[in-house]
Design a protein around this ligand. Structure first.
Ligand code: FES
Length: 63
């Protein structure tokens, strides 16, 4: 996931709280899907998601 909130203030997303499916940006409490990057209603927007897979004990990120 790109390390920038889609909110106009653009806070960093690294080191934030997350659950199995969502990341919670602490600045304005936007809830963002870790699966597809979509901001959950009532807020709007999305974050770019980068595909990750495990290949022989290595993480491969497609940029
Ligand atoms: S900077 Fe993330 S919700 Fe505002």
């Amino acid at each position: 996931m790109k390390n920038k909130s889609p909110h106009p203030k653009g806070g960093k997303l690294s080191g934030r709280l997350f659950s199995a499916e969502f990341l919670f940006c602490p600045f304005h409490d936007w809830k963002i899907s870790l699966v597809n990057g979509v901001v959950q209603a009532p807020d709007q927007g999305s974050v770019k998601i980068y595909p990750v897979k495990v290949v022989e004990n290595d993480l491969v990120i497609t940029l």
